[in-house]
Design a protein around this ligand. Structure first.
Ligand SMILES: Nc1ncnc2c1ncn2[C@@H]1O[C@H](COP(=O)(O)OP(=O)(O)OP(=O)(O)O)[C@@H](O)[C@H]1O
Length: 550
């Protein structure tokens, strides 16, 4: 329970919505129980008055019944409105909170999670937290308050009747749900695990659909989905059975409460300590008060699956940040890049870079060449502060660890080997929300070799690029990413194979344009391609004598 409440912490400033909802929930159940109680009392009193041929003032009772009926209907509507408002506020808050926690983890801290698993944690697991407040915490709080109030109300008439009612309410609202929770623990956990695995398998199957088709592996993938899906259905059927049995148990407790109260109170009526109509009132009141504990079985049953979702979210949210933001960020004074004895490895694996040293002076263009796998892209990732490293990397005299990611993004722009394109237009992918004048954009398009291609597109810059750039070629995607980097006007540019996938003429033209445009910009370009080397003033080899810059 502590873990469940801790999960609500990021949304704690929405406490007014939550308190309002719980208050309304208690008021609605109280109105319903009072309605039943007064109705029972009213009918019994009328009957008694009729038998005794006595006069009876029914105005108060009938007005109360009408008022309570209206209050119950309006209250229920208001409660649904407020509870969903509270749940959606909480969900929105938790989604943003988790997203903020994830950003500093990327990319190094997220590599061990499959794409589908990550998406599942962000979407389905967070969505399942809707249960946390709406179906767990709110019903538990409402139920708790209502049991207390019901016990106090019956206590006014009879202590032993109150004891019977509270005892059965606790049996129905606590013991039965706890038993149900115990029985549902295993299927609940298994169901959350299977749902997570199913999401990952379906997402991966869709992402790799082309490969699966080509390799004739679609049947196998479909079988995996089928197995997970039928396993999930099995667990959910078990959960459904447990839930129905518990509900039947709660209804039986309600009936037992009426019988128990009748047994305790009839002698009181006979001895004249309790009026007959009041007995009817107490019986109907006790039956109605079970409305408060009805949902508790379901609430407790949801706890294992919700706890599993919380565990998965917490695992991500509490993961150590590979390179945490500096407490006292420093401002680089120039674009001088110094790598001194830098080493880096992936996980427990062998070092990719080993005591690598390099100095790039402000405004200098340096190319890094070397065999495949020698660590060229890793070098760029290190300079982007994406990975932890040993040794020292400084920009403008400040250690990279002490430069804030925000500051670094103003200083450094990069074109990665596999740039990410958002499912939007070419224009939006280049600008990423920046505003520049048309002449500047036109110059950027020319320098990144996009002008001619875009001129030939019917929708020009407003052509959609498709999901992850599926509607453009690899070379076009790289040039869009290059244009994006040029638009940023950052004084340091890191380029990873910027001309890969371009044919000779376009490559030559792009290299020439970049060479002219990037005069005065500090550039580190990683490339295998001789044409691209022309834009560098100095070439550094990495690889054969791994880590030694030459
Ligand atoms: N995320 C990762 N997790 C584990 N190992 C990785 C990861 N990224 C790269 N590596 C490994 O690190 C080594 C260096 O990779 P890197 O991409 O830096 O090489 P590269 O010189 O850029 O290669 P290429 O010229 O083929 O692009 C390779 O052996 C690669 O398998």
């Amino acid at each position: 329970m502590k873990e469940l409440l801790r999960m609500l912490k990021p949304a704690r400033h929405h406490w007014r919505w939550m308190a309002g909802d719980i208050g309304l929930g208690v008021a609605v159940i109280a109105a319903n129980a009072a309605l039943m109680a007064i109705s029972g009392w009213f009918i019994a009193s009328m009957a008694v008055a009729g038998v005794a041929q006595a006069s009876f003032n029914y105005f108060f009772a009938s007005a109360s019944i009408r008022a309570l009926a209206i209050l119950r209907a309006l209250g229920r509507y208001g409660e649904r409105l407020v509870s969903h408002e509270a749940a959606f506020h909480i969900l929105a808050e938790l989604r943003v909170w988790l997203f903020r926690r994830l950003i500093p983890l990327a990319p190094a801290g997220l590599e061990s999670y499959a794409g589908g698993d990550l998406a599942g944690r962000l979407r389905a697991d967070v969505d399942s937290l809707e249960n946390l407040y709406l179906r767990i915490i709110a019903p538990l709080a409402t139920g708790g308050f209502t049991v207390l109030l019901a016990g106090l109300f019956v206590l006014v008439w009879s202590g032993s009747a109150a004891l019977v009612l509270v005892g059965l309410l606790l049996l129905a609202g606590l013991l039965l749900p706890l038993l149900a929770r115990h029985l549902a623990a295993q299927p609940g956990k298994r169901s959350a695990e299977l749902a997570g695995a199913l999401r990952t398998t379906v997402t991966e199957g869709l992402q790799g659909a082309e490969e699966l088709l080509l390799l004739g592996a679609t049947d196998k993938q479909a079988q995996a989905v089928e197995a997970l899906s039928s396993g999930l259905v099995q667990q959910q059927v078990r959960l459904g059975q447990i839930s129905s049995l518990t509900l039947a148990g709660v209804t039986t407790c309600g009936a037992l409460a009426m019988a128990g109260l009748a047994l305790v109170c009839i002698p009181l009526v006979q001895s004249g300590q309790l009026a007959g109509p009041n007995l009817v009132m107490l019986l109907l009141f006790s039956a109605a008060s079970f409305e408060a504990v009805g949902p508790l079985a379901h609430s407790l049953q949801l706890i294992p699956a919700t706890s599993e979702a919380i565990r998965r979210i917490r695992e991500l949210a509490d993961a150590p940040i590979p390179l945490p933001e500096p407490l006292q960020p420093q401002l680089p004074e120039s674009c001088r890049i110094v790598l001194d004895q830098v080493s880096c490895s992936y996980g427990e694996g062998q070092a990719v870079l080993k005591q690598f040293s390099l100095v790039i002076n402000p405004g200098e263009q340096v190319a890094v060449v070397g065999p495949s796998g020698s660590g060229k892209s890793t070098l760029i990732e290190l300079l982007l502060r994406f990975r932890p490293y040993q040794g020292s990397i400084s920009i403008g005299g400040c250690e990279l660890r002490d430069i804030s990611p925000d500051q670094l993004s103003r200083l450094v722009a990069a074109v990665p080997q596999q740039p990410h394109l958002f499912n939007s237009t070419i224009r939006e992918n280049i600008l990423l929300g920046r505003e520049i004048i048309d002449e500047q954009l036109s110059a950027v398009l020319a320098d990144s070799g996009l002008k001619q291609w875009i001129a030939g597109l019917p929708q020009g810059l407003d052509t959609p690029v498709g999901e992850t750039g599926s509607a453009v070629s690899g070379g076009e995607a790289r040039r869009i990413a290059l244009a994006r980097a040029l638009v940023s006007n950052a004084p340091i540019l890191l380029l990873d194979e910027p001309t890969e996938g371009l044919d000779g003429a376009i490559e030559q033209s792009v290299v020439q344009h970049l060479k002219d445009r990037l005069q005065g910009t500090t550039v580190l370009v990683v490339t295998h391609r001789p044409a691209c080397l022309q834009m560098a003033e100095r070439i550094v080899k990495i690889g054969a004598t791994k880590g030694a810059a030459t």
